[in-house]
Design a binder for this molecule. Structure first.
Ligand code: URA
Length: 298
């Protein structure tokens, strides 16, 4: 006796099961055991879906940024104009320290934010890039005096390719508006620029691999004040192991390769959506941020 073919209800409940388990992206029609595949064929598969081996120079590919000149941009060193390879880094299964080392070496070569975005778009040592739809690099004005840094993109950000686009982004926009900020006078990024599948937390390895890129992004944007949204961003950038309920409202020194700036830790908007009573604490932090901005450059 042949088993009954699955009907549409079976298929729908099968899909529901996977969505509930956090599977929300389809990569291929058939499953592959990527761990069982040798490295060479894996790279060959990737190459089929990638742009031609010799892409246009990085700067030409980067999206144009129109930004009101709020302050003098920092002088930036001449970039080496060598022909760029199509991808950077080793396999996503590289040893944790090696991937972070690759990231550090590569990020240091970016002389502009556009170059950094181009390098990230070709960086292969973080497995998240293979499940994400888009690289989520930044939004807002890179010349602003204040930069907000979140944790990692969610589904809305992954779809649009910009940080803080969903419900927590809308709340962030309202919090910024309450102190006279918006995306024309603030710059927004994330510690991890690719969406972790199913919105899970980024692993320590993913954070370590992505950290050199956000550090370079901060150095190149050169804001006066960095605001870390939530515990993940605060622990990654402020050098504290304290939980966010302890570190929020605190100012930390933050050193870029140019100068020391100030870092303010505050609550993540996604947390505030779940715990609306805590908005009073965030409001305190945002008032302190406004006061620091009004006080002028550090
Ligand atoms: N949460 C984040 O930390 N970053 C985003 O871009 C969106 C939600």
């Amino acid at each position: 006796m042949t088993p009954d073919a699955p009907d549409s209800r079976d298929l729908l409940s099968f899909l529901d099961f996977h969505v509930a388990a956090g599977v929300d992206a389809v990569l291929d029609e058939t499953p592959h055991d990527r761990f069982a595949e040798p490295e060479a064929p894996r790279r060959a598969v990737r190459a089929e879906s990638e742009p031609p081996a010799r892409p246009a120079p990085i700067a030409a590919e980067a999206p144009a940024r129109a930004a009101p000149p709020r302050r003098e941009p920092s002088p930036q060193p001449e970039a080496p104009r060598a022909e760029a390879p199509s991808t950077y880094g080793r396999s996503a299964a590289a040893a944790p320290g090696e991937a972070a080392g690759d990231a550090r070496d590569l990020a240091a070569t970016a002389a502009t934010l556009e170059e950094l975005e181009g390098l990230l778009a070709r960086f292969e040592s973080c497995a998240l890039r293979f499940t994400a739809k888009n690289l989520v690099f930044a939004d807002g004005n890179p010349q602003a005096r204040v930069m907000f840094v979140g944790e990692a993109p969610g589904a809305d950000e992954d779809r649009v390719g910009k940080p803080f686009m969903g419900r927590s982004g809308q709340l962030l926009d309202r919090m910024m508006a309450a102190i006279g900020l918006d995306r024309t006078n603030a710059y927004v990024g994330n510690v991890v620029p690719w969406r972790p599948p199913g919105n899970r937390n980024p692993t320590p390895q993913e954070l370590a691999t992505c950290k050199p890129f956000i550090e370079r992004q901060i150095a190149l944007a050169d804001p006066d004040i960095l605001v870390c949204l939530g515990g993940v961003a605060t622990q990654a950038l402020a050098g504290t192991k304290d939980g966010i309920l302890k570190s929020r409202g605190r100012w930390f020194p933050y050193r870029t390769d140019k100068r020391e700036i100030r870092l303010l830790a505050t609550l993540h908007p996604a947390y505030l959506l779940r715990q609306p009573l805590q908005k009073r604490l965030a409001w305190r932090d945002f008032r302190a941020l406004r006061a620091a901005l009004d006080a002028g450059r550090p």
